[in-house]
Design a protein around this ligand. Sequence first.
Ligand SMILES: [Zn+2]
Length: 137
Amino acid sequence: MKISPSTSWRLKDTLYRLALGKCKKCGNIKFPYQKICEVCGSLDVEKIFSKGTGSLVDYTILYQARDGFEKQSPMIVGLVRLDEGVDIVAPITDAEPSKLKEGVRVEAVFRRMRNDSYNGLIQYGIKFRVVLDAGNN
Ligand SMILES: [Zn+2]
């Protein structure tokens, strides 16, 4: 699978950091960052960055891998509620499914996402792992 370096560069705030958009008019927070508020239509949206901590709302296990993600199968994908109040879907790493439950504290970590077998690029990104010292274990 091809990974475009220019696409990775354009999406760096989404792939490598959790850039959120906070509307200065109505206070709505959105991931990923967008210049227009989807609630009130205001163009006065500030880019803020998540602390990368939150709670697991739910998760599922994918046994069929997409192209480029074969080595990560089976993949755990979680619905994470960031402490900023935004829900995002993200891969869960370093986790035993038996330890996952609603409300468990998670934190963002920077991890390898996939290899580009065509030109040898490695794409990195944000995954979430269970916080060990937050009463989760
Ligand atoms: Zn708004």
